[in-house]
Ligand binder design. Structure first.
Ligand SMILES: *Cc1c(COP(=O)(O)O)cnc(C)c1O
Length: 417
């Protein structure tokens, strides 16, 4: 007889890394609701309702507000392959790992990709982006809002106006930041924005909310349709059709729109989960949720500083929901992480690229932007650090973090738009 594994039974975990994070319990409950058929009136009504909820999350009137089935990069890829014509110039300002991802995906979409880079731990001043826009003259500017690899939150409020002045489409990846930091799709002049559920929205990965301006939709609609049968080499139009079926936003919009043209089978359980993420955010109130992230983030920041640890990067521009902490000299970062996981059931994050082995990343997002989650993590970190020979002040982290929650501590920083 071959061994048959038992039903899935994950260990209890407090996910305090840069994402994925522990989902809100009601999101998991929503995802276990019974399935209905693809064109059941309940299903189509739920899709329409979810679109309306996400318009309020994105703060947009964009009719074209949908979910792409897949993780966050499914949303990124859908926007890129649908908006970029081969040979289009795309400008990607890179301030962390996800900027490199946008550049790579734009490259795969056959764009002529131009990048500018800033040091990890910094953001771009508007003037630097405008100078690059004037020099490159791109059709599309692709800019990450919050890059979890460095924890930085790129200010976007002034960028839309620059793009409008130069006739450039403006796209942002807000996966890490949406729902925990201010976001204004219409107010900031965005043509496209994408996200995922597994950061501040407090769900599992697997659904990518996307919103598109009318101008973006017009471009997508103007592209040749594959059904037109334009396939011959050298045919002018042959380079124009969208090179993906799954990520063809024209077809995805037709599926979500009033005509409900058959495309993929909408991932029902992910739809339920995404709907509940947005519903919870709006029920608590966007401003209240942002304030909760700001408070939890400030408490975690004050707490790690209270333990004598050094925070990485331009703290004035960090996201509310994640902090990068320099690993003290002589400490093996991964050994501390594994003790936290095995002894306390707490996960914190490692890092990539230039920060690999240099910092831990600790998140306070979604369901876990909570006092007990912050204090438990700080208490456990203190105990583990002491065991690894770091002279940490007893109770220092928990005490100052508690002060922040009680309103007695310094509001160490305020979130930037
Ligand atoms: C976490 C994150 C992603 C994640 O992409 P997945 O496909 O969901 O793994 C994408 N973009 C940014 C900016 C992120 O922080």
């Amino acid at each position: 007889m071959t061994h048959l594994p038992g039903p899935i039974a994950p260990p209890p975990r407090l996910l305090m890394g840069p994402g994925p994070i522990s989902a809100y319990p009601s999101v998991l409950t929503a995802m276990s609701a019974p399935l209905v058929g693809q064109y059941d009136p309940f299903m189509t009504a739920t899709m329409t309702e979810t679109q309306e909820l996400y318009r309020r999350v994105w703060r947009t009137r964009n009719d074209a507000t949908v979910l792409v089935d897949g993780t966050s990069r499914a949303g990124i890829e859908a926007v890129m392959v649908s908006l970029i014509r081969p040979g289009d110039r795309v400008l990607v300002p890179i301030f962390g790992r996800f900027g490199h991802l946008l550049a790579e995906i734009a490259e795969r979409a056959l764009a002529e990709v131009h990048t500018i880079e800033t040091e990890w731990g910094q953001v771009f001043p508007d003037a630097v982006i405008e100078e690059a826009v004037e020099r490159v003259r791109p059709t599309l500017l692709a800019l990450v809002q919050g890059d979890t690899s460095t924890t930085m939150n790129q200010p976007l409020a002034g960028i839309g106006e620059i793009c409008a002045r130069h006739g450039v489409l403006f796209y942002t990846d807000a996966t890490a930041s949406l729902g925990g930091n201010p976001f204004e799709a219409d107010g900031w002049g965005l043509d496209a924005a994408t996200a995922g559920l597994q950061k501040c929205l407090g769900g599992p990965s697997g659904s990518a909310p996307v919103t598109l301006s009318d101008r973006a939709v017009e471009i997508i609609r103007s592209r040749k349709r594959i059904e037109a049968g334009i396939r011959e080499e050298g045919d002018e139009a042959a380079s124009d059709f969208i090179r993906s079926n799954y990520f063809d936003l024209g077809m995805i919009l037709d599926y979500w729109g009033p005509r409900r043209l058959n495309h993929h089978t909408e991932a029902t359980s992910m739809l339920y989960g995404a709907r509940e993420c947005a519903r919870l955010l709006l029920e608590e109130g966007v401003d209240n949720v942002l304030a909760r992230h700001e408070r939890a983030g400030a408490a975690m920041l004050a707490g790690v500083q209270g333990l004598g640890l050094v925070v990485f990067g331009d703290v004035a521009h960090k996201m509310t929901n994640v902090v990068a902490v320099e690993i003290p000299d002589g400490v093996v970062g991964d050994a501390v992480r594994s003790d936290l996981l095995e002894d306390f059931g707490i996960e914190i994050g490692t890092s990539f690229g230039p920060l690999h082995g240099r910092v831990w990343r600790i998140g306070t997002m979604g369901y876990n932007a909570r006092e007990d989650a912050v204090l438990t993590t700080l208490a456990a970190l203190e105990a583990v650090l002491r065991r690894h020979g770091v002279a940490v002040p007893a109770g220092g982290g928990v005490e100052v973090a508690t002060d922040v929650f009680r309103g007695a501590g310094e509001a160490v920083w305020t979130a930037h738009a």
